[in-house]
Ligand binder design. Sequence first.
Ligand code: SF4
Length: 362
Amino acid sequence: MERHENLKKIIGIPRAISYYNNYPFYHGFFKSLGIEIVLSDKTTAKLINDGAKHVVSDTCLPIKVFVGHVINLLDKGCDTIFVPSIQSTGYKINNCSKIRGLPEIIRNVINKPFEMIEPTLDKTEGLGIKEFCFETAHQLGIYDEKSINSAISSGWSAYNSFVEMAKSGIPHKEAVENAINGNYTLKKLSLVKPFSVVIMAHGYNLFDERISMNILGKLDKMGIRAYTSLDITRQDGINSIHELDEIQYWANELDLTGTAAYFMLNKKIDGIIALSAFGCGPDSLMVDEIQYHANERKIPMLHLNIDEHTGEAGFVTRLEAFADMLIRKNRKKLLQQNKCRNIEIALNKQKVQEQNVMTKVK
Ligand code: SF4
């Protein structure tokens, strides 16, 4: 491999924003180039506060979290950090200005010396994955074309196996772990649950257990099957948006509108949960759009809007109220199937556990 004398051997990757959808690709790519990866720690309250202190208060939670993760990497002594600028993921399919300008935000709010690896993905301007990867490698001091192409293949291989595993029903975290460790396994059986909902949310909100308050685990305990963007293909999402007579504009739209639209149109779901960030313009437009179509189809919808002050108790109460409403709405059907009681028992059990936790906290 042809290496430049300024070759960087270690790169820090913030566990935020594009990490949640793309980490298997990043891992396969950097490892193949011989670059060691340092990940920031999992999101904590301290990490969110550290990030929030550096930006203006009306910045959305995911950006505050991203800044917190960069600070965490710097605290770990990492001086080369991956901060991509993902402008558009298709022709005129754009990200919000904060994700597009992420390197600029970081440069302006962090006053410490470190190097940013800041490639641009902008399919509207003809800068696709290949150009993005070559720019990344060049900034790291690697110029050998064959090695970079081979690293791109390794990235895709890890990413594709992650997608297949996640689609088979393996939870996000486990699918990521398996993909980066080269373990390939598919889930063969999934338990049938009495209710199912679809969650429309950015991967960086839904799969960050601190931001999402582990909503997936909570729904699972309530006996509710939750579908996410990992359960559909890219094409499913695009087709479903068109079927609703809507137009895709935002890069993250398949995780929100596309996912909700697909399940609304193609599967029997009992409800829709929108998990969005306070102060996010794209989220509010997409949630309104889906709310309109859900109302037309009489599908119940719960909108959970989160910021760094969102408390777990209130969050859980709203989730439980939604689950109670689903039970009431379907009580007759469920009693016939003898399933209602099991759900109520599960809900009551969870309420007792949470009351115990709150008593301990007090
Ligand atoms: S899409 Fe919304 S939540 Fe995500 S970074 Fe942009 S403004 Fe923040």
